[in-house]
Design a protein around this ligand. Structure first.
Ligand SMILES: Cc1cc2nc3c(=O)[nH]c(=O)nc-3n(C[C@H](O)[C@H](O)[C@H](O)COP(=O)(O)OP(=O)(O)OC[C@H]3O[C@@H](n4cnc5c(N)ncnc54)[C@H](O)[C@@H]3O)c2cc1C
Length: 419
């Protein structure tokens, strides 16, 4: 049952910080619930958040999120609503193995694994993880390897970590709780689509549609401070302060720490988060990957000792040898990382490679550590929803995937703003 709301859709002014998937999903849900005064504040020039698309030589390259999986029911529905053209991404490849194409992930093995997990932790499929209490109760806050060992599922990490380490959830397997892997593993399954015009186009079109339905969207408007209320005063770097009755924060945790009037528990939970430093490159070089449309994993680089090397490539367009390359990095030395990325491309067969586009995500994948779970920090943050009329949606509580950001944001609106 949704909580009885203290808001009046006709009169209450709701502010949303961030025009990424979570912020726009929340805005859409509020408008559909009849709210008439909804304002989204976005720091960047365009909606999309970490679904950011760059353009080189007239072609779209996703510099943030790329994949829309079969299980992305809500994201696919939002894409359909705005008539976004999708194309299916063919199978994964590993270039090792004597030049043979090895499909990844091994679907049958992953399915069998999922069934084993289900037998051991039936609650995993009983509903979305809306409560971090469930995570602790089920022991899913333990590091992935330790968790698998405790349940007698040891072969699993070897099978599945390869994929998740390559795609942004890894190298910290001793520190990242099992729930993050499981959440990703059960969400990112089945067929994969990519947006022909890039992921960001989905959110541009959604934003346009919402503006037509009455949303106030303020881009290039970073929220710098929120003065406690009621009402709350939203201070921005771009315009005079704006008065709102409630605020839904979907911006980054670092920015929240700087801007929001937080309780000590909230500040502790947000202050102790871990992150992954992640870079995307668009590299051009004849011979690079030679796998148009496919995602290529480089097994030798998918090891903790190879941190900083490129473990994953995708060549989005068949007619030009330009590949997206993803790299976990460890320092601010852009040039050094660029050199490694180019050397890796050469090692993969690229002749004279060159960087065409670059993007660093220094605070990707905000996550609670196993110890933070034990101290109850995620639960405290979740329970604090609505304190001072401020709510949290977005990657931190939703665990950094487009689909979960959307589902979680819609859930926050359903639970706290239903008329
Ligand atoms: C390289 C990379 C690859 C990825 N691949 C995939 C993938 O294939 N599939 C997948 O599902 N997910 C993927 N992700 C993750 C996915 O992009 C994110 O989980 C998702 O975008 C989170 O949505 P969000 O709305 O919570 O946050 P964000 O997308 O981060 O949006 C937050 C928005 O808030 C704005 N903001 C922040 N602070 C302020 C402020 N103070 N004032 C105003 N605005 C502010 C930001 O500018 C941003 O637009 C990937 C991410 C990266 C970086």
């Amino acid at each position: 049952m949704p909580a009885v709301t203290r808001w009046n859709p006709e009169q209450s002014r709701i502010g949303i910080v961030g025009a990424g998937p979570a912020g726009l999903a929340a805005a859409r849900a509020l408008l559909r619930a009849g709210y008439r005064h909804v304002t989204v504040f976005e720091a960047g020039p365009d909606p999309g958040g970490k679904c950011e698309t760059g353009v080189f030589a007239g072609r779209a390259y996703d510099l943030g999120a790329v994949c829309i999986f079969e299980g992305y029911t809500r994201t696919l529905a939002l894409a359909q609503e705005v008539e976004l053209s999708l194309k299916e991404a063919p199978t994964y490849l590993r270039p090792e193995g004597g030049g043979r194409e090895l499909p990844l992930p091994p679907t049958g093995a992953v399915k069998a694994w999922a069934e084993q997990v289900l037998q051991k932790v039936p609650a995993l499929f009983e509903g979305p993880f809306e409560s971090f209490e469930d995570v602790v109760r089920l022991g899913l806050h333990e590091p992935y390897g330790a968790w698998a060992q405790r349940l007698g599922l040891e072969p699993i990490p070897a099978l599945s970590l390869y994929f998740y380490q390559s795609t942004g959830y890894g190298y910290r397997t001793q520190r990242v709780p099992a729930i993050y892997f499981l959440r990703a593993q059960f969400t990112c399954t089945g067929r994969v689509w990519v947006a022909k015009a890039g992921y960001q186009e989905l959110w541009r079109r959604q934003a346009q549609r919402l503006v037509q339905a009455g949303l106030q969207l303020r881009t290039r408007t970073p929220v710098t401070r929120v003065v406690p209320g009621p009402p709350l005063w939203v201070e921005t770097a771009a315009a005079p302060p704006v008065e709102v009755d409630a605020l839904i924060w979907t911006g980054g945790p670092k920015e929240a720490l700087a801007a929001l009037p937080l309780t000590p528990e909230q500040a502790q939970a947000l202050g102790n988060l871990g992150y992954i430093d992640y870079r995307t490159w668009v590299i051009e070089g004849e011979g690079l990957a030679e796998a148009p449309g496919r995602i290529v994993m480089v097994e030798r680089n998918n090891r903790p000792e190879h941190l900083g090397h490129v473990a994953l490539y995708a060549q989005p367009h068949a007619d030009r040898p330009l590949a997206l390359a993803w790299q976990y990095t460890t320092s601010d030395d852009d040039l050094a990382h660029e050199r490694v990325a180019l050397a890796d491309a050469q090692a993969l067969g690229a002749e004279d490679p060159d960087i065409r586009l670059r993007r660093r995500w220094s605070h990707f994948f905000p996550h609670f550590s196993p110890e933070a779970f034990e101290r109850g920090e995620p639960v405290a943050l979740e329970r604090s929803q609505g304190t001072g009329n401020i709510f949290f949606a977005g990657a931190t509580l939703a665990m950094e995937l487009v689909e979960s950001a959307v589902v979680h944001a819609e859930g926050v609106v359903a639970r706290h703003f239903s008329p």
